[in-house]
Ligand binder design. Structure first.
Ligand SMILES: [Zn+2]
Length: 240
């Protein structure tokens, strides 16, 4: 037993499969400040641990904070890294300024976008055939991940964060993970509906917070069941 443990510990970290948070060194002062703050908060590390307890990935996948010119996330297939631009974090927290409630919303929105990148990573790494509408599949998988939370406060934090930041800065949708990842209100409503439909009782706060419309329960329930039917065989034995 001890020998086996020693053998595992002797392996370089890069050899271990699963999600891992990475904060490579940065150049700019602004990114350096954000890096220090994000490393201290360990939010990304917690997310990696949560994902690893949910799904077994065949290889190592980095959740990597990087300096980039856009306020974006991207899936780097060659390096198997979900790259999250510091600029996105600093802009989100810039909207929040010193207001505590907005800062919490900003962190929720930041995690939401990281989940989006993770969904791209899972689809690519597990070689899932999702058809031409990859972004649609990413939305469904994002909803599925949020719905696995046992605590209804978690999806409320994440989805409420996106909604609050949208309200605080109507321009957000045009710069937040722009390009093909752009999340318009329609896509956001679909994700919120799928999460709510997965457990309308457990996630009733999504309804009371106005993130899903009144009377949407049956429709969201049906959509969530369809989604589970599609995704269960896709993820299959990979789920823990
Ligand atoms: Zn995308």
């Amino acid at each position: 037993m001890l020998a086996a443990t020693a053998a595992v510990l002797a392996q370089p970290l890069t050899a271990q499969a699963g999600f891992v948070a990475e904060y490579p060194a940065v150049q700019s002062t602004q990114a350096a400040r954000a890096r220090e703050w994000l490393m201290e908060g360990r939010q990304l590390d917690g997310m990696a641990a949560g994902l690893n307890s949910w799904i077994r990935m065949p290889r190592r996948v980095a959740l990597r904070m990087v300096e980039c010119p856009s306020s974006d996330i991207r899936w780097n297939q060659a390096e198997r890294a979900v790259e999250i631009c510091y600029r996105m974090a600093t802009r989100l927290y810039g909207i929040a300024a010193e207001q505590d409630s907005l800062r919490r919303a900003a962190s929720g929105a930041h995690l939401f976008m990281t989940f989006h990148g993770v969904a791209h990573a899972i689809i690519a790494e597990l070689n899932l055939s999702v058809g031409a509408d990859v972004e649609g599949a990413v939305d469904e998988l994002t909803a599925l991940m949020l719905a696995t939370a046992h605590d209804g406060g978690f999806p409320l934090w994440i989805l409420g964060g996106v909604s609050t930041i949208h309200d605080a800065d109507p321009q957000w949708g045009s710069w937040a993970y722009a390009t093909e990842h752009g999340l318009g209100p329609e896509r956001f409503r679909k994700v919120a509906c799928l999460v709510y439909g997965a457990d309308a009782e457990g996630f009733s706060e999504l309804r009371t917070a106005g993130l899903v419309p009144a009377g949407a329960r049956q429709r969201c329930r049906a959509a969530a069941l369809r989604s589970v039917d599609v995704w269960s065989p896709r993820l299959g034995a990979r789920l823990r």
